[in-house]
Design a protein around this ligand. Structure first.
Ligand code: FE
Length: 353
């Protein structure tokens, strides 16, 4: 089984990728990270079958709708969530399969009505959303929150799993990534086994937290599975770009060859390489990486820029530098001069030896 834990720094949300036999699902994807998630799914050669929500979030908008648009994945979340537009509304005990593996949906209400914890078939892992956090738990003071029912959810549905079962929460704000049932039974300051229901309820009633910043727009959007009111802008209007998991926009040599005159080609190698055996692209301008930040003012901001180096590594860095300098239409030539030459595309200079 493939397992990845992904993080959205803006909302401190964890997204989980699970896959078996090339079939994948994502738990709690984040709208702003959909591009990252698509790139990872594609680079790992997976087919995204499902996105699952642990609940209707108040602190970020889900990426479920956007991922369905891009990858044809299907959306599942609890029937109790009250959300519209999902492909599947889960009831207690329902099984979601991916490849040969299965997740069981266990209802764990209390933070919201529709909270679900997803438990892996061999009970080695569970995804608790905001029902149980590492040494903490989700708040119970809005969105149908109820401390009594959260207490019972955690005790009956989560603490009934084996002590060694790893728990993966919906968020962490201190840099922790996972915990286990045994650990939380002992050390959770709100829900440890030594703590009574009334103690917990008293604790939760007096938290006095401000409402999450994103709540007013996140909850209505999530009740529609993250469908935006206005369709998001096309990714890139000037070329068929791909976005890598490393965070770089790339263009393929075959496209560039046919559009050489429409873009500014910037070669960021050193002068001896530019004039060396590999040659350079027709019309390329030499601006070595070390002087790029200082010389970027000599480029036109209105025309797209394609950056080139030997293998595509230095030029990837150059796209970041130009992005920071305010260039919005910048892409890396995938594979650099090496791939360009391997595809026998036109060069100036160089030798055929
Ligand atoms: Fe939440």
């Amino acid at each position: 089984m493939i397992f990845r834990q992904l993080f959205d720094p803006q909302s401190s949300t964890y997204t989980y990728l699970l896959a078996d036999s090339r079939e994948a699902l994502l738990i709690d994807p984040v709208f702003e990270q959909a591009r990252r998630d698509v790139a990872l799914v594609e680079e790992l050669g997976l087919k995204l079958a499902w996105t699952l929500e642990t609940h209707v979030h108040a602190d970020h908008v889900t990426g479920a709708w956007l991922l369905r648009e891009r990858l044809k994945s299907r959306i599942a979340l609890s029937k109790e969530s009250g959300a519209e537009g999902a492909d599947r509304f889960l009831v207690p005990g329902e099984k979601i399969s991916f490849g040969k593996r299965v997740l069981e949906a266990r209802p764990t209400p209390g933070h919201t009505n529709g909270c679900m914890t997803y438990v892996l078939d061999d009970r080695s892992m569970a995804f608790t959303g905001d029902a149980l956090l590492i040494r903490g738990c989700g708040r119970t003071d809005f969105q149908q929150g109820d401390a009594h029912s959260l207490f019972r959810s955690v005790r009956d549905q989560v603490f009934s799993l084996p002590d060694a079962c790893l728990l993966y929460p919906g968020h962490d704000y201190r840099g922790l990534t996972a915990t286990s049932v045994g650990e939380e039974k002992l050390y959770n300051p709100r829900l440890a086994e030594s703590i009574g229901e009334e103690d917990f309820v008293g604790y939760m009633t007096h938290l006095g937290l401000p409402h999450p910043k994103q709540m007013e727009h996140a909850v209505p959007a999530n009740l529609h599975c993250g469908k935006p009111k206005v369709a998001p802008r096309e990714e890139a209007d000037w070329a068929p770009l791909t976005y890598t998991f490393a965070g770089i926009w790339e263009v393929q040599p075959a496209w560039l060859e046919e559009h050489l005159r429409e873009v500014q080609i910037v070669d960021v190698r050193e002068p001896d390489e530019f004039n060396g055996v590999l040659g350079h692209l027709p019309g390329a301008r030499l601006l070595p990486l070390g002087s790029l930040a200082e010389k970027q003012g000599t480029l036109e901001k209105e025309r797209p820029v394609v950056v080139v180096c030997r293998s595509g590594a230095r030029s990837a860095q150059a796209t970041v530098i130009l992005g920071k300098a305010g260039f919005q239409r910048v892409a890396n030539l995938s594979g650099g001069m090496l791939r360009w030459r391997a595809q026998r595309l036109a060069v100036e200079g160089g030798s055929d030896a």
